[in-house]
Ligand binder design. Structure first.
Ligand code: PEP
Ligand code: MG
Length: 828
């Protein structure tokens, strides 16, 4: 029989859904489901009766195991492990029996707020016991001791644990993580362990933990440099211990030592699975029917004919493949397929294939070998971005083999509402599917920036990638629930989960339809202040999507994509064609084209830049253009050929001083003279360095408009790499230091238009503050526009100004978020 546990709030504060926790591990439910509280009180109490099963040495996390066996994790703040116990006083100890409301920890909120990225405290049901969580309340102020969550323990028949006492494989590994096995790495290991059929036990310091339990792993108290023993029992034991050891011992932690490896590996797949966890590539929820999409291998003869004939056959097949890719480019993912066509001419690939043909191999055999060899090299770089290009290579290989063999496997017939499952989904395969029947996608491999992920996002199809080999074991026809909000795929979900998912899908649809219906209208606040809502774009497909989403034009066209996808820089003609196609898709709406902004975290293959110790402070943005003026001249010439309603507007990236704008004006004059089209071009300066903020008044005199790039401005103001894998939680663009800079820029700009085009403009929480600071033009990601417009219509400038003043008075981002959460409202 199912038992219900009611949790009372362990601390007073503001309730929020886990989705809003500024930590992907909690927001993605990697540690369990529940809710979070942004504390206003300072005493953390037991949310139920039970036993304290863990009190972290650093006292930032406590777990209480209820009588029904559910473990509740209370994790005070985000990244608080690094405070090493400072700011916490423990009133309990591991093993203590507690009653609901008993004090567990006392918090020094001031100390914690100074040292932690956020004080938001997730309260989640963790552990292995099957359960379901439902929120009694999901927002507003909650008092300590007030009921807020309900957890139903689901007592279902479970496979009994193997009774084996002798492990089938054992390894020892040294912990590499800086702060040991704290919540995030423990969750990662637990998640990974569920990919294997073997049961894995991890031991250290005389304690043992099931690898599938985050809580038990945390309770090991393993610090960096400690040696752990991993014992696995079951069919894929050897793979499991190696995989998990890699997760624990990556980095400088030291080598993995294998002592036993006896388990026989079963052939293929990981058997039946119920839930898989991966990365969200395109948000949304879908319920549908599983359909595997295995691409059958195309047979080719190894031995070739006379090399000249094989070379000619390969050249002809590459041309056929190019035509096919160009034709498919008109359907889905055009930009991606155009980039793939480039690979057909890659000299490295061609040289490899040529060598194999010279050794007597057939064109098909040689081409397949060359693409696999090149793919293996990409995978070997360890770069996820490059690894994702390996899938493109495979796709290109396939197109040529289809042309060579003249055999094209039929596209699979899809059931209605198909959830398409694949090892990797190739963009050309996606283009061949009947998209009207695709409700969602889930792949075993791939990453959220892989091309198929980008295509899925632009088509609005929910997608989860990198969900592991278990994806391939799901039988065709199984009912699946794809939760591409939490990054999960549930196989044959329970009735309750289905009902909840169907309800959430219906609600989303209704809400989205309501927002979209109103999105086309011009945007103004409730008291009649006009706010221009533009879109950030990179391609024609996005421009079309932006128009459907209610964008009033494009405030930032990132031209990088056009260069990133090519081995050689695009010609002036190619650029002009692309810019014109985007302008036409937007017409009669305006278009702001930003000059190439590469370098730093945005490399491009067609312009190799020297290795730099500090690339973010090196060749980036305009500096690259000034070093390679032919690129700027080409871009400006292409822009001069483009007819844009309302005139040509060009945005300059990484401007530091007015001289930067004057240099571009000179290049523009040269390009204009060369093209004999000296039409007036408005030049705008991106404000994204502290220097440009300090000189905003001079820049406003030199430029025609200003646009604040909040992503880089936050990065350079906080001296924090915006892509840093570990400091992500501390990178908060709502930092008051950034807000004060925006206020200063608006004041310095006088009559000049100031827009915001960084991610801040797409952040629902930030938009009222921006309006309060005097910003009247926003450029956001297309998907955010309907909701932002609806939100703006509910605001008055006066209330935004009060909010902005309160935000400016805070002394960290946490304080700003607290002020905003208190005033937040949900449109529609
Ligand atoms: C920014 O820095 O905020 C910006 C819009 O430019 P990008 O993100 O392309 O660097
Ligand atoms: Mg920038």
């Amino acid at each position: 029989m199912n038992t219900t546990l009611t949790l009372t709030a362990p601390i007073a504060g503001w309730l929020m859904p886990l989705d809003d926790v500024p930590d992907p591990a909690f927001a993605g439910r990697m540690l369990g489901d529940g809710a979070a509280i942004d504390p206003t009180g300072s005493l953390l109490c037991a949310p139920c009766d039970g036993v304290v099963t863990l009190l972290a040495d650093t006292r930032h996390a406590v777990t209480v195991k209820s009588e029904s066996g559910i473990e509740i994790l209370l994790h005070v703040g985000i990244d608080t492990v690094r405070l090493r116990g400072e700011g916490f006083v423990a009133h309990t100890h591991a093993g203590a029996r507690v009653r609901r409301g008993d004090p567990l920890l006392e918090l020094d909120l001031d100390r914690l707020a100074r040292g932690a990225a956020s004080l938001v405290t997730p309260v989640v049901a963790a552990g292995d016991t099957p359960h379901r969580v439902s929120a009694l309340r999901s927002d507003g102020l909650v008092h300590a001791g007030e009921a807020f969550l309900e957890i139903v323990r689901i007592d279902e028949a479970r496979g009994s644990d193997p009774a084996a006492t002798t492990p089938d494989a054992v390894v020892t590994v040294v912990v590499a993580q800086e702060h040991g096995l704290h919540a995030r790495p423990a969750a990662r290991i637990a998640r990974r362990s569920r990919e294997y059929r073997a049961r894995v036990v991890v031991s250290a310091h005389g304690r043992r933990a099931q690898a599938g339990s985050t809580i038990e792993l945390m309770a090991l108290g393993a610090a960096r440099g400690d040696t752990l023993t991993l014992e696995a029992f079951g069919p894929d034991a050897a793979t499991a211990v190696r995989g998990l050891a890699g997760e624990i011992g990556t980095g400088e932690g030291g080598p993995v030592r294998e002592s036993v490896g006896r388990a026989a590996e079963p052939a293929g797949g990981n058997g039946p699975v119920r839930e898989l966890v991966g990365a969200v590539a395109s948000r949304g929820i879908a319920v549908g029917i599983a359909q595997q999409l295995a691409a059958p291998e195309l047979a080719v003869d190894e031995q070739g004919r006379e090399p000249g004939r094989e070379r000619a056959a390969l050249a002809a097949a590459r041309e056929v493949a190019r035509g096919r890719l160009q034709a498919l480019a008109g359907t889905a993912g055009g930009d991606v397929l155009a980039a793939q066509a480039e690979l057909l001419d890659d000299p490295g690939l061609l040289a490899l294939a040529d060598t194999a043909i010279g050794e007597g191999k057939s064109a098909g055999f040689a081409w397949r070998w060359a693409t696999r060899e090149a793919g293996a090299r990409l995978l070997g770089t360890g770069s996820t971005l490059l690894a994702e290009r390996a899938a493109d290579l495979e796709d290109v290989a396939r197109q040529v083999l289809i042309a060579l063999t003249g055999r094209e496997p039929a596209a699979p017939a899809l059931p209605d509402a198909a959830i398409v499952l694949a090892a990797e989904l190739l963009p050309s395969e996606l283009g061949r599917l009947d998209l009207g029947k695709v409700a969602g996608l889930c792949t075993a491999g791939g990453g959220p920036t892989s091309h198929v992920a980008l295509v899925a996002a632009s088509l609005g199809i929910p997608a989860v990638v990198g969900a592991g080999p278990g994806v391939l074991g799901i039988p065709d026809g199984a009912r699946v629930l794809l939760d591409a909000e939490a990054g999960r795929l549930h196989v044959e979900p329970g009735g309750d989960a289905l009902v909840r998912a169907e309800r959430s899908i219906a609600e989303r649809r209704t809400r989205q339809a309501r927002l979209l219906a109103a999105a086309a209208r011009e945007c103004e606040t409730a008291d009649g202040c006009r706010i221009e809502m533009f879109a950030n774009l990179a391609s024609v497909a996005e421009a079309e999507h932006a128009v459907r989403s209610g964008a009033e034009g494009c405030g930032l066209l990132r031209t990088e994509l056009l260069f990133q996808q090519r081995r050689r820089a695009p010609t002036v003609d190619e650029q002009a064609r692309e810019y014109q196609a985007i302008a036409d898709a937007l017409a009669p709406r305006p278009l702001v084209i930003r000059l190439l902004d590469v370098g730093g975290d945005k490399p491009i293959p067609c312009l190799p830049l020297p290795r730099e110790d500090n690339p973010l402070l090196g060749l980036r943005g305009l500096r690259v253009g000034f070093r390679h003026p032919e690129i700027l001249r080409g871009q400006l010439a292409a822009i001069l050929r483009t007819e844009i309603p309302g005139g040509r507007r060009v945005l300059l990236p990484m401007v530091n001083e007015p001289g930067d704008i004057r240099r571009v004006r000179e290049l523009l004059a040269e390009a204009g003279a060369a093209a004999d089209r000296a039409g007036r071009v408005l030049l705008g300066a991106m404000i994204e360095t502290p220097a440009s903020v300090a000189l905003a008044d001079s820049l406003a005199r030199e430029a025609d408009f200003l646009s604040i790039g909040s992503n880089d401005l936050a990065q350079y103001t906080l001296a924090l790499d915006r892509t840093h894998p570990e400091l992500g939680a501390a990178f908060d663009h709502l930092h008051p230091a950034l807000l004060r800079q925006i206020a200063a820029v608006v004041a310095a700009a006088g009559e000049r238009s100031v827009s915001v085009c960084g991610a801040l403009a797409s952040d629902r929480a930030a938009v009222p503050v921006l309006i309060g600071l005097g910003v009247r033009t926003l450029s956001a990601v297309p998907n955010a526009i309907p909701e932002l417009k609806a939100l703006i219509r509910t605001l008055t400038v006066a209330e935004c100004e009060v909010l902005a003043a309160a935000a400016l008075a805070e002394d960290d981002a946490h304080g700003v978020r607290r002020v905003l959460a208190a005033a937040s409202r949900n449109p529609a």
